[in-house]
Design a binder for this molecule. Structure first.
Ligand code: PRP
Length: 178
């Protein structure tokens, strides 16, 4: 299959992301300042850049774990089913947990994952997403912290892919087909 040509226009610079990460970490540190057991959970794969920057900016005692949820496969829009492809290594019962996501689109993924983790009885459960596209929401879900609210654009970079490419761009870009 031939690839449709496209260019990437910068939408959120690396500098703006870094400043926002700093501000978010100040708020997270206030929320979890009393913890001695914060588990920071990254949702694979898209969150790997964001979580790396977040944890290095967070001056708290933390552990890092990862979870991978499936894309929807053949499910239709109205019956979207999220499956867990890789579960956490550690237990979260009685622990403080921060779930880290790159983007909330329909909301199915983070909604499913936070419900799943809540059923494991953590002491506190919060979520953060770098990007939020509220206009695309299909379930009533809002992360506790959002980096940037964006319109319904096709975005890549800073962990987010287009057909598995462009995850390594240091900024968030908008795909424009040419
Ligand atoms: C993307 C993104 C979120 C999810 C958001 O993951 O990383 O996890 O979709 O969409 P939703 O709010 O509509 O559920 P994707 O399945 O592309 O996998 P990836 O993280 O491995 O890129």
């Amino acid at each position: 299959m031939t690839e449709r040509p496209y260019v990437i226009d910068e939408m959120i610079s690396a500098k703006s992301i870094a400043a926002r990460v700093e501000a978010l970490c100040r708020e997270i540190a206030q929320e979890f300042g009393d913890t001695d057991k914060l588990v920071v959970v990254g949702l694979l794969r898209g969150s790997f850049v964001f979580i790396a920057d977040l944890v290095r900016e967070l001056d708290l005692p933390i552990e890092v774990d990862f979870l991978e949820a499936s894309s929807y496969g053949d499910a239709t829009e109205s019956s979207r089913e999220v499956r867990i492809l890789k579960d956490l290594r550690g237990a979260v019962e009685g622990r403080d947990v921060l779930v880290v996501e790159d983007i909330v689109d329909t909301g199915h993924t983070l909604n499913h994952v936070t419900n799943l983790l809540a059923s494991r009885k953590p002491a506190r459960l919060k979520s953060i997403a770098l990007l939020d596209k509220p206009s695309r929401r299909e379930v009533d879900f809002r992360a506790d912290w959002i980096g940037f609210e964006i319109p319904d654009e096709f975005v890549v970079g800073y962990g987010i892919d287009f057909a598995q490419r462009n995850r390594n761009l240091p900024f968030i870009g908008k795909v424009r087909f040419t």
